[in-house]
Design a protein around this ligand. Structure first.
Ligand code: NAP
Length: 265
């Protein structure tokens, strides 16, 4: 039996990169998306062919749900239950940037509320639902197979980096960082490890509008590893965690940022 993962925002970008790496490793996938069904279907198809090429047979299904909406979160969990009947991994990846990069002195409450709803409240309460289901599986004597159950949240270097033209995004990413130590502490006794993966500058639709700026900064040495990150860089980290590469670590932050976080002199 294949292990099963839910990936929020699995249609494009980093979520797609995570889906590809897990599919190659033989995971069944519930791929959540917000509105771009065509992208989600494309990811689904490519997951199945990548798995086949790796000699695995996987099932991948797509599910529209706005993770910032309670009823949608319930529906996503119900969908995964109906399709797969088990859950081994939740990847909280879906997230949005502000619609307008506005200065700290000008940015609106509406933008703040949107980012807190999608980037913080969404993963927080989806984790609550997923954790309850994982505990229910343990209580029913369903063994985790073949890896222990886990929760991984994709945050950002913005959790600790001040960008004054998107303070709402930074505040939301700092807030969602706290999810990991909280759930790691609560769930350790149940054998569920919880991790934060903290990407740096990754080439996706989210960063496309600022590509030239980041091209320049990377060229000037912003990151010790002098290139853009790719969705597969994050996917490989999540796949390693998912497959028990860090069994005696929980509540950890894994930086996938080309060394951006290193202080240098
Ligand atoms: P992206 O290319 O813009 O893709 C966003 C994904 O999230 C899409 O799959 C989108 O679905 C989904 N999504 C958006 N709002 C949603 C909602 N309310 N409910 C459910 N799904 C929703 O972004 P990305 O660059 O891959 O970013 C993925 C995550 O990594 C985000 O949490 C982001 O903050 C974080 N991150 C990104 C970078 C970077 O440099 N790119 C760096 C650090 C952290 P649709 O396709 O249906 O729109």
């Amino acid at each position: 039996m294949n292990p099963v993962a839910i990936i929020t925002g699995g249609s494009r970008g980093i979520g797609r990169g995570i889906a590809f790496e897990l599919a190659r490793a033989g995971w069944d996938l519930a791929l959540n998306y917000a509105g771009n069904r065509a992208a989600a279907e494309q990811t689904r198809g490519e997951c199945i062919s990548l798995a086949q090429r790796a000699g695995k047979a996987v099932q991948a299904e797509v599910c529209q749900a706005d993770i910032g909406v309670g009823a949608d979160r319930q529906r996503l969990i119900a969908f995964a239950r109906a399709k797969f009947g088990r859950l081994d991994l939740l990847v909280n990846n879906a997230g949005v940037a502000p619609e307008v990069r506005a200065d700290l002195l000008e940015a609106t409450e509406a933008s703040f509320d949107r980012l807190m709803r999608i980037n913080v409240k969404g993963p927080y309460f989806l984790t609550q639902l997923a954790a309850r289901w994982m505990l229910e599986q343990s209580a029913a004597g369903m063994p985790p197979a073949p890896f222990s159950r886990k929760i991984v949240t994709i945050s950002s270097i913005s959790a600790y980096t001040a960008s004054v033209n998107r303070g709402d995004y930074c505040v939301a990413k700092a807030a969602v960082s706290m999810l990991t130590p909280l759930f790691a502490t609560r769930l350790a006794e149940h054998g569920i490890n919880v991790y934060e993966v903290r990407p740096g500058i990754i080439e996706t639709d989210m960063t496309a509008p600022v590509k030239e700026k980041y091209d320049r900064l990377i060229h000037e040495g912003l990151t010790p590893i002098q290139r853009w990150g790719r969705p597969e860089d994050v996917g490989k980290a999540v796949a390693a965690i998912a497959q028990d590469a860090l069994p005696f670590s929980t509540g950890e932050v894994i930086n996938v940022d080309g060394g951006f976080h290193l202080r240098r002199l």
